[in-house]
Design a protein around this ligand. Structure first.
Ligand SMILES: C[S@@+](CC[C@H](N)C(=O)[O-])C[C@H]1O[C@@H](n2cnc3c(N)ncnc32)[C@H](O)[C@@H]1O
Length: 210
């Protein structure tokens, strides 16, 4: 059996030392009907939908906004949302799906974020993106993430939980997180409020504030 496109493309991209190049290639192949983007569901993340709180005009940043479902959910609940993704094709697709959207969709890289995003967001949503890059990039990604959070804001982090996976047979991507790695988003004045496992132990859900 041939490997799915995400595995083939990620292997080639990572072999060239490029941790993110394959995302745009995958979205582009999917637009041509030649691949499936395995994480696109056409609906918002169920755990974010359960968490949802009124934004009342406050600023939210959605990391790895993909096709826009989570960003739109937040915008519908009153958040002033910026959704960003490293894949330009994903950003264009989100804008095309939601032409009247109030969300500001932006191409940006979590590993090299715009300086003006420093402590600029009352809500930062990181769902299953950092785990899609190899572990070497994790410390830099988590430092960017903590840096986005404004005083008094909320940072949500959701990743696959390594402790409940059989890592002897696991094939990456993604690269699951340990509990300590999730907790390490608490840095530079950001602290952990709570960390739980969800989805029968398959994922961590953590909340932080500054
Ligand atoms: C596994 S998908 C998850 C998408 C979405 N957050 C979800 O939960 O369905 C990872 C997404 O993050 C984006 N991404 C990966 N690395 C990124 C980076 N360094 N900066 C910004 N976006 C990134 C990818 O293009 C992709 O859309």
């Amino acid at each position: 059996m041939t490997d799915p496109a995400d595995r083939v493309l990620s292997r080639a991209s990572l072999a060239e030392g490029n941790p993110t190049g394959w995302f745009d290639q995958l979205y582009t192949a999917a637009e041509r009907g030649e691949a499936v983007v395995p994480w696109t569901r056409g609906t918002p993340n169920a755990d974010l939908a359960e968490w949802i709180q009124p934004g009342e005009g406050r600023r939210a940043l959605v990391v790895g906004s993909a096709l826009g479902d989570d960003s739109e959910l937040l915008a519908a609940h009153g958040w002033a949302v910026t959704g960003f993704d490293v894949a330009p094709t994903a950003i264009k697709a989100a804008q095309a799906r939601f032409p009247d959207s109030a969300v500001d969709y932006v191409v940006a890289d979590l590993l090299h974020p715009p300086g003006e995003w420093k402590q600029a967001f009352d809500l930062v949503v990181e769902i299953m993106n950092i785990q899609a890059m190899p572990r070497d990039y994790r410390p830099a990604a988590l430092t960017s993430l903590a840096g986005f959070l404004a005083p008094g804001g909320t940072l949500l982090v959701c990743e696959v939980a390594e402790e409940n996976m059989d890592m002897t047979t696991w094939v990456s991507p993604p690269w699951p997180f340990s509990r300590a790695e999730v907790e390490s988003a608490a840095q530079d004045g950001v602290h952990l409020i709570g960390l739980e496992t969800i989805r029968d132990g398959a994922r961590y859900w953590a909340e932080f504030t500054r």
